[in-house]
Design a protein around this ligand. Structure first.
Ligand code: UTP
Length: 408
């Protein structure tokens, strides 16, 4: 049977026949490209999405964080352990940079954004400089894995090469691409972004380890004896990466994963907070917290749900292998999806017109079974750039950089 027949069968099974609506009008190359894209796209997420997207939550109880004062008491022990592991080559870093950064509104990858005022200071540069601080302190290179997606791989790799990797040793940087997921209308029908191409979007930041496997990155992990992977987001310009004290605390803590957390700036701050769900570590979203939970305090007067995650996790590689084949919950997110309408015209909607589908790294925390929430000082380590202005923006990040003595 030829590819066309295979693809038609697949489309029928998933009720997506509309994807071949313009097939006859395409040239031979476009036809082949469309059939190949349909053949290679994972449609099973559509079934998962149709079966209800929000998994039922279990019983939520508090999870205590290791606080700043507790860390200070053992800081030197933790630092020594962390530096030892880094020098042994057991710690790698994973930059999650496959997202679209739509809120920032730039067509370039988010890391290429220049936050400088009197000179160039690119987001990627801030991140690499922060990692270089640890490389210098340990006098040892750290393998840095960079996840991109189909939408930004080319631009990301070109940009970093052009800037000589901002001083990082090129053979210690490894790029890999995550997968894409189809984007659909509210009825679950996949949109066409061009007459010969499905609308797709990066499949979330939850599939990074599986993508590392598929792209051969885990061979590098194995060959180099890397036992811990520090995953972090592209947008926090004060991000401390492979922070030796955090590495030491997590390794000595006998847990599957460490999570950097910050104290909420107000009980109703809109961040996900660490908790236990049916006895396993988890993250409860701000809108899932009842008023009672939000205000609950422990014997020491500390609020019980008071530590928000900042997307900086240190995973044990053994633990990652263990959870690798677990099915992750699928989240659907409303999105503006440009598409070709029934009359063949290209439409760029002004408001959301469908869903993208993602798995999320925070769901991996639950699977890991044990987690150390590790407090860091918000003003020193958390300056996320999601928007141009306002909360979590270029403006607020610039202000925080200034307070930390970083010249812009
Ligand atoms: P965000 O949740 O901020 O998503 O990602 P985003 O897609 O980049 O931005 P918006 O919502 O469109 O404005 C948090 C981190 O996870 C990465 C992002 O690059 C960022 O570092 N990410 C997100 C991926 O690597 N892949 C994805 O599919 C999604």
């Amino acid at each position: 049977m030829g590819l066309y027949e295979d693809v038609s069968g697949k489309l029928q099974r998933f009720h997506q026949e509309q994807l071949l609506r313009y097939y006859e009008g395409l040239d031979a190359g476009e036809k082949q490209a469309l059939l190949t894209q349909i053949d290679q796209t994972d449609f099973s997420i559509l079934e998962q999405a149709a079966n209800g997207h929000a998994p039922e939550r279990g019983h939520i109880t508090p999870l205590k964080a290791m606080t700043l004062s507790e860390i200070a008491e053992q800081e030197e022990t933790f630092r020594a352990k962390g530096l030892e592991l880094i020098r042994k080559g057991e710690v790698g870093a994973v930059l999650l940079a496959g997202g679209m950064g739509t809120r920032l509104g730039s067509d370039d990858p988010k890391g290429m954004y220049n936050i400088g005022l009197t000179k160039d200071v690119f987001i990627f540069q801030r991140i690499i400089e922060n990692l270089l601080d640890v490389v210098k302190a340990a006098d040892s290179w750290i393998h840095l894995f960079v996840m991109t997606s189909d939408k930004n791989h080319e631009a990301t790799t070109r940009f970093l090469k052009e800037h000589d990797y901002f001083g990082y040793q090129p053979d210690k940087i490894h790029f890999f691409m995550q997968e894409m997921a189809p984007a659909t209308d509210y009825e679950g029908k996949i949109y066409l972004e061009e007459k010969g191409r499905l609308a797709t979007s990066p499949n979330g930041n939850g599939g990074w380890f599986v993508s590392m496997d598929r792209t051969g990155m885990l061979d590098i992990v194995k060959e180099n004896g890397i036992k811990w992977l520090n995953c972090f987001a592209v947008d926090n310009v004060l991000q401390r990466i492979a922070d030796p004290v955090f590495v030491g605390a997590t390794a000595l803590g006998n847990v599957g994963v460490g999570a950097k957390v910050v104290r909420k700036n107000a009980p109703d701050e809109k961040v996900g907070v660490m908790c236990l769900e049916d006895g396993k570590p988890s993250i409860v979203e701000y809108y899932e917290l009842t008023d009672e939970m939000r205000d609950a305090t422990g014997e020491d007067g500390e609020r019980l749900y008071n530590f928000g995650v900042i997307l900086n996790y240190l995973f044990s590689v053994d633990g990652l292998y263990r959870i690798m084949s677990e099915k992750m919950p699928l989240h659907r997110v409303e999105k503006k999806i440009p598409y070709i309408d029934a009359a063949g015209n290209k439409v760029s909607p002004e408001s959301p017109n469908g869903y993208k589908y993602e798995t999320l790294i925070l769901d991996m925390i639950h699977e890991m079974g044990t987690c150390l929430p590790y407090e860091v000082v918000r003003e020193k380590e958390f300056a996320p750039i999601k928007n141009k202005t306002g909360v979590d923006s270029v403006e607020s990040a610039r202000e925080l950089c200034k307070r930390n003595g970083i010249e812009l």
